[in-house]
Design a protein around this ligand. Structure first.
Ligand code: 3PG
Length: 306
């Protein structure tokens, strides 16, 4: 068996060594394609592999077409919008993610960015505190739950909206469930997004929702840029001098937004949410382990395609 780790944004060295150990223990071969943005190189690298591990790297139909022997692809991370699931299914390839493995890193970054913005990006001036403010969490999954716990440590009041999570579960963790997105946005000083990018969510964060937020509001996005309606975001920033946006995934229109709205908008230079040694290790080792478990035992627990 041959396993390829194809990561334009590579894992930490220790994580790669951990993956190697797991793979070579089974007498499988490990190949690496790191820091490579030329898609032709990816096409060449996948031709003879049985398994593929990626991060946000796009596994398109073209990649699948070149991967004649591919049986399983694992996205080492949570969001799998970078995988063409239909193309995988059509070829009988199993697609998986590694949910929860990098959640803590993302949650810590969300709070870190909130502090950074509340302190005016460390430009000497009078900032504000998170204590006593209300945080609305949109989607109470692995990351949303951790953000809630950290925010409570800061003394924030935490609300959450998630139609798929029973209200009782939120209450048991000291989080107030709300019944609608409208309620979440209209009562939260900060809203933190933890939704995937899919047909239902793309461009769903729109003017209608953002305009409900109270004075001094801040939208926090460590999810995906596609969930934001960027025209509507620009409109609200234009209309409201008090509105701020912080994101770990630069909007397509970042340069224009920054020119117009200055430090009311902040984007990390490259997606950093899962960029910790710990998260690399957790997600990388989980991906390798899931591949071995699939080949040896047929375990499809984390399968995301039909
Ligand atoms: C995820 O969905 O797990 C995160 O967005 C992390 O993405 P990355 O592996 O490209 O950093």
């Amino acid at each position: 068996m041959k396993v390829l780790v194809a990561t334009e944004k590579p894992f930490a060295k220790a994580a790669v060594e951990g993956i190697r150990k797991i793979v070579e223990k089974e007498n499988y071969e490990l190949a690496l394609l790191e820091k490579e943005s030329d898609v032709q190189k990816l096409y060449e690298a996948v031709t003879d592999v049985d398994a593929l591990i990626v991060r946000s790297d796009k596994v398109t139909k073209e990649v699948i077409d070149h991967a004649k022997k591919l049986k399983i692809v694992v996205r080492a991370g949570a969001g799998f919008d970078n995988l063409d699931l239909d193309a995988c299914t059509a070829r009988g390839i199993v697609a998986m993610n590694t949910p929860g493995q990098n959640s803590n890193a993302v949650a810590e970054l969300a709070l870190g960015m909130m502090v950074y913005m509340a302190r005016n990006q460390f430009v000497p001036s009078t900032g504000s505190e998170l204590k006593g403010k209300t945080l609305g969490i949109q989607a109470y999954g692995n990351i949303g739950r951790l953000v809630a716990q950290l925010a409570k440590g800061f003394g924030m009041q935490v609300l959450a909206f998630d139609p798929f999570v029973p209200a009782e579960n939120m209450k048991a963790e000291g989080v107030t469930p709300v019944a609608s997105l409208e309620e979440l946005y209209s009562t939260s000083n900060y809203v933190s997004l933890h939704i995937p990018a899919n047909e239902q969510t793309k461009k769903s964060i729109n003017y209608k929702l953002l305009s409900l937020m109270p004075k001094g509001a801040c939208l926090v996005n460590t999810a995906r840029k596609e969930v934001i309606d960027e025209d509507d975001l620009a409109k609200i920033l234009e209309e409201r001098q008090d509105f701020k946006y912080i994101t770990d995934i630069a909007p397509a229109s970042l340069a224009v937004l920054q020119e117009k709205f200055g430090n009311r908008i902040f984007a990390t230079p490259k997606k950093m949410g899962a960029e910790t040694a710990e998260a690399n290790m957790n997600a990388g080792l989980a991906a390798a382990t899931q591949i071995v478990d699939y080949f040896k035992n047929g375990n499809e627990r984390f399968r995301v395609n039909k």
